[in-house]
Design a protein around this ligand. Structure first.
Ligand SMILES: [Zn+2]
Length: 267
């Protein structure tokens, strides 16, 4: 498959611009997302694994990006979704229509998929496997460890895996939006749930213990604007803790501003 020598960097996705060219991140791991929404492909040597699939309008871009790298949507065997929001599961049905892929998402997100995707996007022939949030799954020779990290949504999960590349084996954290909190009323009304704040506090504490070499966010700005200016996904422990502390402070100030916080939210 096509290899790139330039190190992979996230960009500032808050300013307008073109979608990035799909490219290698490290070893068998590739970026196949858009400017706004991240999606990753992992070549397991026994089929392709996708982490999140962007929103529905981006499904053609996803298919094109996978193809540009020399792979095929037909060969996708696993889709891991960090959570049910529209910008993370939008391409799932397209991928499952064209392949024999199974999608994995936390069991608490299953009922909410229609909110993320619009109703009726899945049929009986689609293979959906609920996650408990603490399992290790074998995907060909690759192992994916699932960690339950609710807050952003009630069934958000992070994924850990290990991949081999030119600098040896590296630990990868796919964090989706688990570190994120909806710090405005509109989004909180749409996506919040009773107990979001408590779940989120616990999740941040859990995430502080995470050990990894390479972090993959749900949106580029989580790295480029909030963690490291150069957008490198190879962040230090200090940068990780400072990112999480900043996110936590954001959440605490929102809750302090809205003491009737739970009233804002649909159950
Ligand atoms: Zn998102």
């Amino acid at each position: 498959m096509r290899a790139h020598t330039k190190p992979f960097r996230f960009w500032n996705n808050q300013t307008p611009g073109k979608d990035p060219v799909p490219c290698q991140i490290y070893g068998p791991l590739y970026y196949v997302g858009s400017r706004q929404f991240c999606a990753y492909a992992l070549d397991t040597q026994d089929g392709l694994l996708l982490f999140d699939t962007m929103d529905k309008p981006s499904e053609r871009l996803l298919a094109r990006n996978v193809q540009k790298l020399g792979f095929s949507i037909k060969n996708v065997r696993w889709i891991f979704n960090t959570h049910y929001h529209f910008d993370h599961v939008g391409g799932n049905a397209m991928v499952m229509d064209r392949s024999h892929a199974t999608m994995f998402i936390h069991k608490k997100e299953l009922k909410r998929l229609d909110i993320g995707l619009g109703p009726g996007r899945f049929s009986k022939k689609h293979r959906v496997r609920p996650l408990r949030g603490s399992e290790i799954l074998e995907c060909g020779p690759i192992r994916v460890r699932v960690v339950f990290t609710p807050g952003q949504s009630m069934g958000s999960c992070c994924f850990f895996t290990e991949i081999d590349g030119p600098q040896g084996k590296k630990r990868v954290l796919v964090m989706g939006d688990a570190s994120g909190f909806k710090s405005n009323k509109r989004e909180m009304r749409l996506y919040g749930y009773h107990g979001t704040d408590k779940d989120y506090m616990k999740t941040i504490r859990k995430m502080k213990q995470f050990v990894f070499d390479l972090v993959l966010p749900g949106h580029a700005h989580q790295i480029s604007l909030e963690t490291r200016r150069d957008g490198s996904p190879w962040i230090t422990r200090k940068e990780w803790l400072s990112f999480l502390n900043h996110r936590l402070a954001e959440m605490k100030s929102f809750v302090a501003e809205y003491p009737d916080f739970n009233q804002l939210i649909h159950s």
